[in-house]
Write a protein that binds this ligand. Structure first.
Ligand code: FAD
Length: 503
């Protein structure tokens, strides 16, 4: 097959990839984006782009015959997951030995499936995690730039206090207050004006119709509507979908050579393509980018990569759990899928936790308060390469997850004791499982800034090779990560376009 060349190639179209594509396009550099997922722009037979969470179909998951939702059961019944037909659906669950990683697949990456929470980390914790980054510049320039580009907005507090859709949040806030804990509103990229129209019955429901992990048909400002739309608008960027990059090597003249499998809707490889480029930007996400680089180093195609590539990986301390409320503390049958508040106990140095108050929209009163706790788990893991199979493995252990559980338990034991409540035992598969510690929504690290790369995401050992995604973040950032990933990518692009691409 003929080699297709472009000055710049971006692998992946999530946050890191989208920022790179836009800024390259604006700089007049012809750029090809290679994305393994599909473009979500064609309605199915029901007239919708995405299926609902309660009635998932083939669109829900990446080549599965049964859905694999984070909540396995409800009242011990296997009612949550459904048989589906295999298709390049929007949510993937990548299974390693003791840890599953949920990721979005499609043009827009994680923005298609996530909860939209757009949180800027505490400046002191950012500085702790990124000691070589100029925090004043981050908080003065790149975080504001990221928030404005992503369309971050906040819920109207008066509406929040009065609407049935956030009763579940208000109950959790009261229980936190009873425990002497602080809660804080968290911004979101879901358009709250749209949500209020949903509630009023004047707009088609999405967040108020249970849509989230398998995509939102309305309301959410996903990357295909923000960064990527602007990138395409420059006229310099093209996006190739259903193309999965398999390997990266370097030609004698210093340009990069990629091979990519183009797949069809059954997952069959219909073509293996070869690409060439001068500048290569890796935006495949923490596990996508790290797997590519570990394989490249270990198989010898980029053997000068630093030994720290494939290390420093963490789950952002993620643990999910549910509490059972008293019968008089109803959480409401109607719940918006977009979280807007967290219990902020990060300042508690003995046990720092930031817990998102998460929805569990079933359409029925269930008295469950659900949380995604972000704990300050210091454990990190490394990836390894199996030369026999070419597989990349993640060395995360169950004991490392137990650290996150211990921290979440300390906080929620206090909340239960202050409110005379208990945990829910029926949500995560087996009857004794209270804490879902075997999956993460926040994979971070693998190519850590300043270790595997220089201070701006330039990969050590090579020139014109960059990482712009969540693999730069050293395993923990204390809050939901996409604003941080976006802001760091903006910082990298501002620097690289000035210093590295001048003629
Ligand atoms: P991604 O967004 O994961 O993008 C990587 C892209 O690269 C994907 O589209 C992938 O298909 C593609 N790709 C990977 N490998 C290859 C390859 N070899 N070839 C071609 N393409 C490739 N974060 C928040 O801040 N707030 C939230 O509310 C929130 N909620 C979440 C809820 C869920 C269910 C999930 C799964 C995540 C959530 N997150 C949230 C996390 C957030 O979505 C991620 O941190 C973010 O998407 C990571 O951005 P990224 O640029 O690193 O990679």
């Amino acid at each position: 097959d003929a080699v297709e060349s472009a000055p710049a190639i971006v692998i992946g179209s999530g946050y890191g990839g989208a920022v790179a594509a836009l800024r390259l396009g604006q700089a007049g550099i012809r750029t090809v984006v290679l994305e393994m997922g599909r473009l979500w722009n064609t309605p199915g037979p029901d007239g919708k782009l995405f299926c609902s969470t309660s009635a998932p179909d083939h669109r829900s998951m990446w080549f599965r015959t049964r859905t694999e939702a984070p909540l396995a059961t409800f009242l011990w019944l296997d009612v949550v997951n459904k048989d589906i037909s295999s298709y390049p659906g929007v949510l993937d669950r990548v299974r390693y030995d003791h840890m599953s990683v949920y990721v979005g697949r499609g043009v827009g990456g994680g923005s298609l499936v996530n909860g939209g929470m757009a949180v800027t980390p505490l400046q002191s914790y950012f500085a702790e995690q990124f000691p070589t980054v100029d925090t004043a510049e981050m908080y003065g320039t790149y975080f504001p730039r990221a928030r404005s580009m992503l369309g971050v907005n906040t819920i109207d507090p008066a509406w929040f206090e009065s609407t049935e859709w956030y009763r579940f949040t208000r109950i959790s806030r009261r229980h936190a207050a009873n425990t002497g804990l602080r809660t804080t509103f968290v911004p979101n990229v879901y358009d709250f004006g749209y949500m209020q129209r949903e509630a009023a019955g004047t707009a088609t429901r999405s967040a108020l119709a249970g849509e989230v992990i398998y995509g939102n048909n309305h309301g959410k400002r996903t990357l295909d509507k923000t960064y990527l739309a602007s990138a395409l608008g420059t006229g310099n960027v093209t996006i190739h979908t259903l193309e999965r990059v398999k390997s990266i090597s370097r030609a004698a003249d210093g340009t990069y050579v990629l091979t990519a499998d183009r797949i069809d809707d059954t997952g069959a490889v219909v073509e293996t393509k070869e690409y060439g480029c001068t500048y290569l930007f890796l935006g495949g996400g923490s596990i996508g980018t790290t797997e590519l680089l570990v394989r490249a180093r270990e198989s010898g195609t980029l053997s000068a990569l630093d030994a720290s590539v494939g290390t420093g990986w963490g789950t952002n301390g993620n643990v999910m759990l549910g509490r059972a409320n008293h019968l008089w503390d109803t959480v409401g049958a109607n719940q918006s899928t977009m979280p807007v508040m967290g219990i902020d106990d990060w300042a508690n140095t003995a046990n720092p936790v930031f817990a998102e108050i998460a929805p569990l929209p079933t359409g029925l009163e269930h008295w469950v308060s659900l949380y995604l706790a972000i704990t300050k788990n210091p454990s990190r893991a490394s990836f390894s390469y199996d030369s026999g199979t070419g597989a990349v493995r993640l060395g995360w252990s169950a004991a490392q997850s137990a650290v996150s559980v211990g921290m979440a338990k300390k906080l929620f034991d206090r909340i239960n004791s202050a409110n005379a409540t208990i945990y829910r035992y029926d949500l995560f598969g087996s009857s004794s499982k209270v804490f879902a510690d075997d999956f993460t929504y926040h994979p971070l690290g693998g190519c850590v800034l300043g270790k595997a790369t220089d201070n701006y995401g330039r990969v050590k050992g090579y020139s014109k090779l960059y990482v712009t995604d969540g693999s730069l973040v050293p395993g923990s950032i204390g809050v939901n990560p996409f604003v941080t990933i976006t802001a760091l990518a903006e910082r990298t692009m501002a620097r690289v376009l000035v210093e590295d691409t001048a003629p």
